[in-house]
Design a protein around this ligand. Structure first.
Ligand code: SF4
Length: 402
């Protein structure tokens, strides 16, 4: 087969065929009610306020739909997935039920030992590294690439930085699939270099080094896993281009870029900054919209905020971090975390990152207003189930809500 006949990135024209299954697997009645009632649902003492933008983003919808189309297109073939299609356990479980096999991690990439040229491999919405992509090409299997267009935009930016001899300074999590794939784009060019910083505290280390206040050995040791293997702060903090994982806190990404640019100006002057520093906001619009919507929701009085999404979902974690600044927040993986009978909730602790259990999380008496949002990888049925359990916690039978 020619490379063209084994590489697909625009689906198979089977949208109509998979629509009914997608609706059955992911749509939620209570969310439909919320949408029909201007994102507000009042039942008994409980008022739920749903953020204006929430849940599945365009990139996730597309990736999940392509995975379903792939199953329909190749009913007889073995289908593999390079990692999780998105960070939602429910969606990944549905794909497993369809017979799609998740490839295990192996060293710097995935273990393709079981994949033959007759098989199909789906690339997730976050994309894969250049190493994985090249390996798959060489295997000659069918590739269904669901990498989101917004991720591809970041890759273009990082590609341009590396091409022009700039180190790509990426605001992200070095172990996240998207950031690993983004960072690998520098490998297209000899000497291409990246450095990943997780937050402003880590950006401050970079700033200190630029301003001559860093220790080379300590810096190299601290960022060994977050930088190109050849990274040398004495050489590679001279020209910097900033990019970000699409799902980070937009506010923090902008602040990091501004602070690094200002440090370069302080250390080397304005002209140097103009020629040696570049930045571009690569937060995707879906992430930005969800963060803006939650900020708008937080201007209202709320007793509690619920954020629904995978514990390893970066954009969900960013949403929970935003809301926790202003209101008591519970980041739950899905509705099953809420136990109405015992009045308890299991949730991700934002500091320890462990799942913990809290009791009396919802005021037991009087009217209660609950803010609700969900990460870009959370389907509507999981949001609807969450609403049902919130209502049940305060003694409202969800079946009576019509
Ligand atoms: S969060 Fe943004 S970049 Fe990621 S899949 Fe969704 S739209 Fe694409």
């Amino acid at each position: 087969m020619s490379p063209e006949s084994t590489y697909f990135r625009k689906g198979f024209g089977l949208k109509a065929e998979v629509e009914r299954t997608l609706t059955a697997d992911y749509d939620g009645h209570l969310v439909d009610l919320l949408l029909a009632r201007e994102h507000t649902l009042t039942a008994g003492p409980v008022t739920i306020r749903l953020a204006k933008e929430f849940g599945f983003c365009y990139g996730v919808e597309r990736a999940v739909e392509y995975a379903y189309q792939t199953r329909t297109k190749f009913p007889e073939r073995c289908i593999f997935l390079a990692g999780e299609i998105i960070h939602n356990p429910h969606v990944n479980e549905k794909l497993r039920e369809m017979g799609i096999v998740f490839l295990p991690q192996s060293g710097t990439g995935f273990d393709y030992g079981a994949v033959t040229p007759q098989d199909v491999v789906i690339l997730p919405a976050f994309g894969v590294t250049i190493h994985d992509f090249t390996t798959l090409r060489e295997l000659g299997c069918v590739m269904v690439d669901t990498t989101c267009g917004s991720v591809l935009n970041v890759w273009k930016r990082v590609d341009a930085y590396a091409k022009d001899g700039f180190t790509a300074l990426i605001h992200g999590k070095y172990y996240h699939e998207e950031t690993r794939a983004t960072a690998s784009q520098v490998e297209k060019y000899r000497g291409g270099t990246y450095l990943v910083v997780r937050d402003m505290a880590e950006a401050d280390d970079v700033i200190a080094y630029i301003e001559g206040r860093g220790d080379r050995e300590a810096f190299v040791a601290q960022y060994a896993r977050a930088a190109s293997p050849h990274f040398d702060p004495d050489l590679h903090l001279d020209r910097i281009g900033v990019a970000n994982q699409t799902t980070m806190l937009a506010r923090e990404s902008l602040a990091i870029a501004a602070a690094v640019g200002a440090a370069m100006e302080r250390a080397h002057g304005k002209d140097h900054r103009e020629t040696h520093f570049r930045t571009f906001d690569t937060i995707c619009s879906a992430t930005q919209d969800r963060q803006d919507a939650v900020n708008a929701l937080l201007t209202e009085p709320l007793d509690v905020m619920l954020v629904v999404g995978g514990y390893n979902s970066s954009n969900t974690i960013s949403l929970a971090a935003l809301t926790a600044e202003r209101v008591r927040t519970f980041h739950i993986e899905d509705a099953a975390c809420i136990d109405p009978a015992r009045g308890r909730v299991r949730h991700r602790d934002p500091v320890t990152h462990e799942e913990v259990e809290s009791e009396a999380w919802l005021p037991a008496d009087g009217d209660v207003r609950v803010g609700l949002t969900a990460g870009a990888s959370t389907p509507n049925n999981k949001i609807g189930e969450t609403v049902a359990r919130v209502l049940a916690t305060r003694g409202v039978d969800p079946a009576t809500v019509v």
